[in-house]
Design a binder for this molecule. Structure first.
Ligand code: MTE
Ligand code: MO
Length: 373
């Protein structure tokens, strides 16, 4: 008998020195990253925001799409988009990062979506807050998890499934969790979850379920694939692991100067080189950004811009710009920036390895050649 096991194999690590396969390149082409020069924008233009879709972008129809809220509630409800749009509306500026960001730089390399450091973007999400909807439906006292189901379907390591993720009830009841129908002031594009998605500020991307059509309140912890098997930090395949939740602090450098086409090594002219970039954390506001131009021998403090204005910008979940003036003499350099947040979390300079390559916030390394003149 043919089964879904014939279309997907187990997770694996690349052999030492094993190059990227056509399968990894295929995933990288479907799920593009943020071009790092786009770190210049406070709010990422929609087409430059990173993308991650496990299966296919499903066919959804905004005019007929519905959201069902059921399970352990007093009264199950069904909304269409027009009804959700008539409910209270809020806008949040949120930096979203894929939990697998940095994976392709790990050794050994977990074979999956091969992100370097570019799986991030910041958008203004507009929608209706989830908490009042759950309260109106009447959460049962036995409620434990809230399960979100997308309209996309696929198979992953032999498990056929709709994309589903749960949140513990206290997270689902946070006032800033949104059912979003707009991104940067326009209806969601197909690839970003049209017509409705979940936005969980501060959490890694996997929690922000796209193409959302059902919210089911459970009286137990959801043990489906994306919570119990994927998105866990584990050292061994049989290790139960720890769930991936909030975004670890990270700073990125907006690459200075101009790039080489193939290597993307940067060339800059000598003199004062204004370095800038972004820093964020899903645990607590970023308090310190430091820069090194000597591959980590010495770190100097950067200055943080004040939080930007604009709709939804006053949240702690959007990245902040940092700046540092580098007086550059001719030669080869490796630049990095490192963020620390108010919880004391910071970025490691040695890789924080785990089997899935999750929540890896190893500092970025940017190769720069300062030209003779
Ligand atoms: N339904 C559904 N939601 C999903 C996904 C998915 O494959 N299906 N991918 C998740 C992951 S892993 C990430 S990182 C974010 C990416 O959101 P974006 O593509 O809008 O940037 O969506 C999340 N929501
Ligand atoms: Mo992701």
């Amino acid at each position: 008998m043919t089964t879904v096991n014939e279309v997907s194999g187990p997770s694996r690590l690349a052999q030492p020195g094993e190059g990227f396969s056509a399968e990894e390149v295929q995933l990288a082409a479907r799920n593009h990253g943020l071009p790092l020069e786009a770190l210049r924008y406070d709010v990422t233009p929609v087409g430059l925001h990173y993308l991650l879709t496990h299966y296919d972008i499903p066919e959804t129809e905004p005019g007929t799409h519905t959201l069902t809220i059921d399970g352990r509630v007093d009264h199950a409800v069904v909304f269409d988009l027009a009804e959700l749009r008539r409910r209270p509306c809020a806008t949040q500026r949120v930096t979203m990062e894929c939990a697998g960001n940095g994976r392709a730089l790990l050794e050994p390399r977990p074979v999956s979506q091969p992100w370097l450091v570019e799986a991030v973007g910041t958008a203004e999400w507009t929608g209706t807050p989830l908490a009042p909807l759950l309260r109106d439906a009447g959460l049962s006292p036995e409620a434990v998890d809230v399960l979100f189901t997308g309209a996309d379907h696929g198979v992953e390591r032999g498990v056929e499934q709709d994309y589903q993720r749960s949140l513990p009830v206290p997270e689902a009841l946070r006032e800033d969790v949104l059912l979003a129908y707009e991104m940067n002031g326009a209806p969601l594009l197909p690839q970003h979850g049209s017509p409705l998605r979940l936005v969980v500020p501060g959490w890694y991307g996997m929690a922000h379920v796209k193409w959302l059509h059902r919210i089911e309140v459970l009286d137990h912890a959801f043990d489906g694939y994306q919570n119990a098997v994927a998105y866990r930090v584990r050292q061994h395949p049989d290790d139960p692991g720890v769930p991936v939740t909030r975004i670890e602090p990270r700073a990125l450098v907006q690459p200075p100067g101009f790039p080489d086409f193939m290597s993307r090594t940067r060339a800059v002219r000598p003199g004062t080189v204004p370095l800038t970039g972004r820093a964020w954390s899903g645990h607590a506001p970023v308090t310190v950004v430091e820069v090194t131009v000597d591959a980590g021998l010495s770190w100097e403090p950067a200055t943080l811009d004040p939080a930007p204005d604009g709709p939804g910008a006053g949240t702690e979940w959007a990245w902040r710009r940092w700046r540092y003036d580098w007086v550059a003499a001719p030669g080869r350099y490796t630049l990095s920036a490192r963020a620390t947040d108010a919880s004391g979390r910071t970025q490691p300079v040695e890789q924080p390895w785990n089997r899935g390559g999750f929540a890896n916030n190893l500092v970025q390394r940017v190769e720069v050649v300062v030209l003779a003149g």
